[in-house]
Design a protein around this ligand. Sequence first.
Ligand code: PMP
Length: 307
Amino acid sequence: MPIQEAQFIWRNGKMVPWAEATTHVLTHGLHYGSGVFEGMRAYNTKHKGVVVFRNREHIERLMFSSRVYKINIGYSVDELMQVCRDVVRENGLDSAYIRPIAFLGYGEMGPASQACDTDLVIAAFPWGAYLGEEGLKNGIDVAVSSWRRSAPGTIPAGVKAAGNYLSSRLVSMEAKDRGFAEGIGLSHDGLVSEGAGENLFIAIKGRLITPPAGASILTGITRDTVMTLARKLGYEVVEQAIPREMLYAADEMFLTGTAAEVTPVRSVDRLAVGSGERPITRQIQDAFFGLFTGETEDEWGWLDPVD
Ligand code: PMP
């Protein structure tokens, strides 16, 4: 899906016209993947106007990612949360995907350079359902990838860095080339990890199971949202190693992510998931989207109004 342009992008302290937010071809981040970023959404809610969803948690994760790779941000969490609100409002967007990115800029070559300035950018633009409206409603077909996720002690999967997405690209491209909507990565030891850009949940006998942080996953903010909502609904949720065959035993399966929201999976490796009835997934989708209609009370302060 082509990017739908907005008017302004915030860059290093000011709003610049969309077309002027360019960078040099010798920028460090382009050559070595030395960028950390976030994917966030703004929703047009019925009761609180336009809100950034879990603004603080996303910016805190950006700070954590930047710390690992020593990419100096130079702004506080509160300042960047304000920029996220501003960039949505000043572009006149009522729902948006927000993409903050901090990358090492032009200045010096070599992966260990600590002499490159940080380029800090926050963009916002309209973006619909990542895995499709149809997928949100009826579920998607996924396949386990032949590519493994990065092993612990290699490139950290729990850090949201640009370079990690080469793994996502391989997993997702392979799935799409084979006619699936998305690919599921296994960790180095063959256990289930996550989707190319989503966390994975299965339901078995009324219990929700998702792989733990040690399974080479990004511990998603939507994953946390779903775990919180599911527990509130009375479900037991466990973080547990999932062998591949457990996917084939699942009554229900869904993927979560800022882009994917809560997308049901209807088949994995061409095997239908459960009976096709998805009572738990539906309840969780309702609770999740209910946050934006006001039907689910936001007792956690997740909705951050832009005005
Ligand atoms: N895993 C990966 C690899 C991702 O890219 C994403 C999307 N950021 C997720 C999981 C889900 O994370 P979140 O819910 O925080 O968007």
